[in-house]
Design a protein around this ligand. Structure first.
Ligand code: ZN
Length: 408
């Protein structure tokens, strides 16, 4: 696990809240979402102070005013904290928000922003309102039922497609799935825009540096109630389910004489839905879980609990209080720690024949990816060992959740 690196960014001369930072009151806390897709929760008092930073007062004037309420040292510390968290306009933040298309998301994701749907939010919202009308929703349910019926009554060709993958058809399915996955991300963006949120960025991500996926930044869904967040998380899967149902109907009708293609499309979409619903990595299933439990940092806290448990079992480390007060915290944390290794291992195995065929450049890329994966695995094992022996007590901390639906 990576530990958060705090860059010593100087407090700006005239502190001002960063352009694009959004505040949403949720109970006694305020959710603050940043333009690049991270969010954090702060107390109401801190949020009030942050909101007042409009760049009209100097750094000293701000700390003097805050001192009456907090005392001089906490005022300076709070202003520094706001700066380090990227909440204030600084040269670094501006460059990050406007100039950089390629960004790194902790713990291990690269994101390349290809599209900022700011101008199309109104169009997406209109489309979403149309799609959520009762007759359309009813038609959608009928489509799913018919698709499931078609799949169940054509189990033989479906099973054949699954068990005997055709070598000359895989790229047809791949191309189709690229299109479907773009629609999947648009499904998230549409759901979010319809509910009043602001999908900020869309693009391509490399999960754990090796698994390519499309992504849509839906961090502003944190301003929505739980049900709204669940709808945004499901927005992409609803697209896959519709495509799977349509493909099943096309397969049953042997449309264009391409029955095997349609059945493979059904399988590819069923696989996408299943993989996305797993709540173990930051895909749709995790967003659903967050909406369900209505708590932030569920995955990192559960993983820290699992590490503490492992440290106790392996090294007899002292019992740590649970960070996530749920009975499933340790088993979920263990599964969440294992999942990236399985995903990366599977991806490396799948990519090996393709990359090796490209000669030495492909082999080099594969070797680098394998080395990165191995380094990460070793770092994970060392982290448990060090934390278990108490050498890195500070490592047991929280890292902010970042919210982007990925995978598609
Ligand atoms: Zn998704």
């Amino acid at each position: 696990m990576t530990t958060a690196t705090v860059l010593p960014i100087p407090v700006p001369q005239r502190p001002a809240v960063r352009h694009g930072v959004e505040f949403t009151a949720r109970g006694e806390q305020t959710v603050v979402s940043l333009p690049e897709g991270t969010y954090l929760r702060i107390g109401e008092d801190a949020a009030d102070l942050l909101r007042c930073l409009d760049g009209t007062r100097s750094r000293d004037e701000v700390t003097r005013t805050w001192s009456a309420r907090l005392g001089p040292e906490p005022s300076t510390a709070l202003l520094e904290r706001f700066t380090q968290l990227g909440l204030l306009e600084t040269e670094t933040c501006t460059a990050t928000a406007h100039g950089r298309r390629l960004s790194h998301r902790k713990p291990a994701m690269l994101q390349l922003t290809l599209y900022q749907p700011v101008r199309t939010v109104a169009v997406l919202a209109r489309a979403g309102r149309l799609l959520s009308r009762r007759p359309v929703a009813l038609m959608y349910v009928v489509l799913l039922v018919c698709g499931m019926y078609a799949a169940m009554t054509h189990r033989a060709p479906l099973t054949t497609s699954l068990l005997h993958p055709s070598r000359d058809m895989w790229w047809h399915v791949l191309l189709a799935m690229l299109l479907v996955n773009i629609c999947h991300e648009l499904g998230h963006a549409t759901a979010l825009a319809t509910l009043g949120g602001n999908p900020r960025r869309m693009g391509i991500a490399l999960l754990y540096y090796v698994c390519p996926a499309f992504f849509c930044d839906v961090s502003s869904s944190w301003s929505l109630p739980r049900r709204g967040r669940a709808v945004v998380a499901l927005g992409g899967i609803l697209v896959n389910a519709a495509v799977a149902a349509l493909a099943a109907l096309a397969g049953a009708a042997d449309l264009a004489g391409q029955g095997p293609f349609w059945w493979r499309l059904v399988i590819a979409n069923a696989f996408t839905i299943t993989a996305n619903l797993l709540p173990l990595i930051r895909l749709d299933g995790y967003l659903l879980l967050l909406a369900f439990v209505d708590e932030p940092y569920v995955r990192p806290r559960a993983m820290d609990d699992a590490r503490a448990w492992l440290g106790r079992q392996l090294y007899g480390a002292a019992t740590q209080p649970r960070l996530l007060q749920r009975w499933w915290s340790v088993p979920y944390g263990m599964a969440a720690m294992t999942m990236p290794a399985l995903l990366i291992g599977g991806m490396l195995l799948a990519l090996a024949p393709v990359l090796f065929r490209l000669g030495w450049p492909g082999t080099l890329i594969w070797a680098l990816a394998a080395l990165l994966a191995l380094a990460r695995l070793v770092a994970g094992i060392l982290y448990v060992a060090l934390a278990g022996r108490g050498a890195d007590g500070a490592a047991r901390g929280l890292k902010p959740d970042q919210q982007a639906t990925g995978g598609g």
